[in-house]
Structures are given as structure tokens and as C-alpha cells.
Write a protein that binds this ligand. Structure first.
Ligand code: NAP
Length: 287
């Protein structure tokens, strides 16, 4: 029977570390600041943004939400992003996705300063990640790496299979694992027989968004299974991509949904905001 990875407990630990870092920055005269840009009334986005802002405040950060109306123009959103780039009280700028159809998310993200891009989505941060240089890393895959570290999962030399290659989870996940010296296979919708790849994984990570995709016959006995998926069933229940009950019988370690990867994402966002503030201060001290 697999050991269950407790994402809530690890996220709590990360937040406690962030609180200490906020205090250390405070002693040097800096309050780390997070600005979130939210456009429209997409209900899950409104909820996520509220959660992010409340947690940032609870840890002693300066936290502002710019809630813009659905019909705002792309140019106006970009103008706001540029004001935030220039604001010294703001160390992290997050543009909540998805944006309404008339605004191109990529164009807007490209205008966030890479030094304040706490979502790790700017092409410069993606390039730095791939080049093995210090970058602001995408929050969810960074959270997965932290879970692997907390549970002392060996990554070096192991075969990691990532299901999914989105810009926000799958691709940065594969790059982070590669940077930690795993041998990485990335599967996507055109992969012939993803189950055959999955069965060879020491670490199997699913970031697809399809409930029940990963069944027990996709999993090697003793594998570590990380479920990034968040799906709502017809009955309103939140489930991942993995058949948790059956896979738990075979895996050595497994994340549940909820209380697995989910809580790590916001914790890593707050950690990134602190990191951006720490780096800004270091640049100011020794430019
Ligand atoms: P996405 O943009 O829809 O990407 C899904 C990926 O899965 C795509 O790369 C797609 O391939 C691939 N795919 C589709 N069918 C597949 C199959 N049969 N085998 C292997 N790969 C397949 O979704 P996302 O934003 O990455 O999110 C993925 C899931 O994670 C969702 O359930 C989302 O809600 C969840 N999520 C959770 C968190 C968290 O905090 N825990 C954060 C973000 C997302 P193509 O590229 O070929 O289309």
C-alpha cells in the first residue's frame, strides 16, 4: 500500500519558511509585494485570486488585486502591467489566466518584467530554466519538485514520465526533472501508447486533466505517482487523473487529490514573490 504524500502539510511548511523570509526582508526595510491582475468575473479565477491575496497578506506581504472589467482593452491591461513593472513596492506581478477572448494571454505575459514574473511563464524565465540559470520557476511543477524532495524521492538517474506538455505544468515539469538529472519522457495527445511509457516510470506525473486516465496497469510496482490533475465530476467531486484506490495498491508513494499538489501551487507563488524581492534587494545592494 502506497504512502500518501501530504501536500497540505508540506505547503504549510513552505508558508512558514516564507513567513521567516518576509521577516528577514522586513529587517532590511523591504516588504515583499505581490500584485495580481484579474480581468472579468470567471468564478474559479475570482476564487483563486482571493485565496492568493489573502495568503500573501497573512504572511505579512504587501498584496494588491487589480480587478478589471471584462471589456477592458488589451492595451489597457498592458499599460497596467507596465506600471506594476515600474512600481518598487511590487516584486511579483501575476496575470490571472485565462483572460477574456479579445486579450491575448501570451502578449500580456510577454510584457511582465521577467524579474517580477512570479508565475514563471515569461519566455525569458523559461529560457533561463532550460539553460540551467537562476530563474523564477512555474509554481505547480516547482511544488512537485518540493514534494519529491520532502519525501526523499531519488530523482537523479531515475526515469520520470510526464503526461502533458502545457506551458504552465507539463513542459516546465519535464525541464525541472531533467535539470535534476532524471531521464525524462514527455507524453502528449499524439504519443503512441502513453501507458507503455508510463509503465517504465520510476516517477510518473500526470498533468492532463482527464479523470481515470492513469489506471493501475499504467503503473510499475513501487513507482512514485504524482497527480497534478484537478477535475470536477458530474456529482461535483474533485478528482485527479489517477485512479487513486487502485494505483495506491501498486505505487510506493502517491499524491491524493485534493490535498496533494494543489496546496503547493499557492505556497510556491508566495515563495517566488519572496525570491523576487530578495533578488531585487541584492541587486540594489550590489548592482
Ligand atoms: P492543458 O493545458 O489542457 O494540457 C493538458 C496536456 O495533456 C496537453 O499537453 C495534452 O497534449 C496532454 N494530453 C492530452 N491527452 C493526453 C493523453 N492521453 N496522454 C498524455 N497527454 C495527454 O492542462 P494544464 O493546464 O497543463 O492542466 C492539466 C491538469 O492539471 C488539469 O486538470 C488542471 O486543472 C490541473 N492543474 C492543477 C494545478 C494544481 O495546482 N494542482 C495547476 C495547474 C493545472 P497536447 O499538448 O498534445 O494537447
Amino acid at each position: 500500500m502506497a504512502q500518501i504524500i501530504d501536500g497540505t502539510a508540506v505547503a504549510e511548511k513552505v508558508r512558514a519558511e516564507v513567513k521567516d523570509r518576509v521577516a528577514a526582508l522586513g529587517a532590511r526595510g523591504v516588504v515583499p509585494g505581490l500584485a495580481v491582475v484579474l480581468v472579468g468575473e470567471h468564478p474559479p479565477s475570482v476564487l483563486y485570486v482571493r485565496k492568493k491575496a489573502e495568503m500573501a497578506k497573512a504572511l505579512g506581504m504587501h498584496s494588491v488585486v487589480h480587478h478589471l472589467s471584462e471589456d477592458i482593452s488589451e492595451d489597457e491591461v498592458i499599460a497596467l502591467v507596465e506600471r506594476l513593472n515600474a512600481d518598487p513596492r511590487v516584486h511579483g506581478v501575476l496575470v490571472q489566466l485565462p483572460l477574456p477572448g479579445h486579450i491575448d494571454g501570451r502578449t500580456v505575459i510577454d510584457r511582465v518584467s521577467p524579474l517580477k514574473d512570479v508565475d514563471g511563464l515569461h519566455p525569458v524565465n523559461i529560457g533561463w530554466l532550460q539553460a540551467g540559470r537562476p530563474a523564477l520557476l512555474a509554481c505547480t511543477p516547482q511544488g512537485v519538485m518540493r514534494l519529491l524532495r520532502e519525501y526523499e524521492v531519488p530523482v537523479l538517474g531515475r526515469h520520470a514520465v510526464v503526461l502533458g506538455r502545457s506551458a504552465i505544468v507539463g513542459r516546465p515539469m519535464s525541464w525541472m526533472l531533467l535539470r535534476s538529472h532524471a531521464t525524462v519522457t514527455t507524453c502528449h495527445r499524439h504519443t503512441v501508447d502513453p501507458a507503455a511509457h508510463a509503465r517504465t516510470a520510476d516517477i510518473l506525473i500526470s498533468a492532463v486533466g482527464r479523470p481515470g486516465l492513469v489506471t493501475a496497469d499504467w503503473v510499475k510496482p513501487g513507482a512514485v505517482v504524482i497527480d497534478v490533475g484537478i477535475n470536477r465530476t458530474a456529482e461535483g467531486k474533485v478528482v485527479g487523473d489517477v485512479d487513486f484506490a487502485a494505483v495506491s495498491e501498486k505505487a510506493a508513494l502517491i499524491t491524493p487529490v485534493p490535498r496533494g499538489v494543489g496546496p503547493m501551487t499557492v505556497a510556491m507563488l508566495l515563495s517566488n514573490t519572496c525570491l523576487a524581492a530578495e533578488r531585487a534587494l541584492d541587486r540594489a545592494v550590489s548592482p
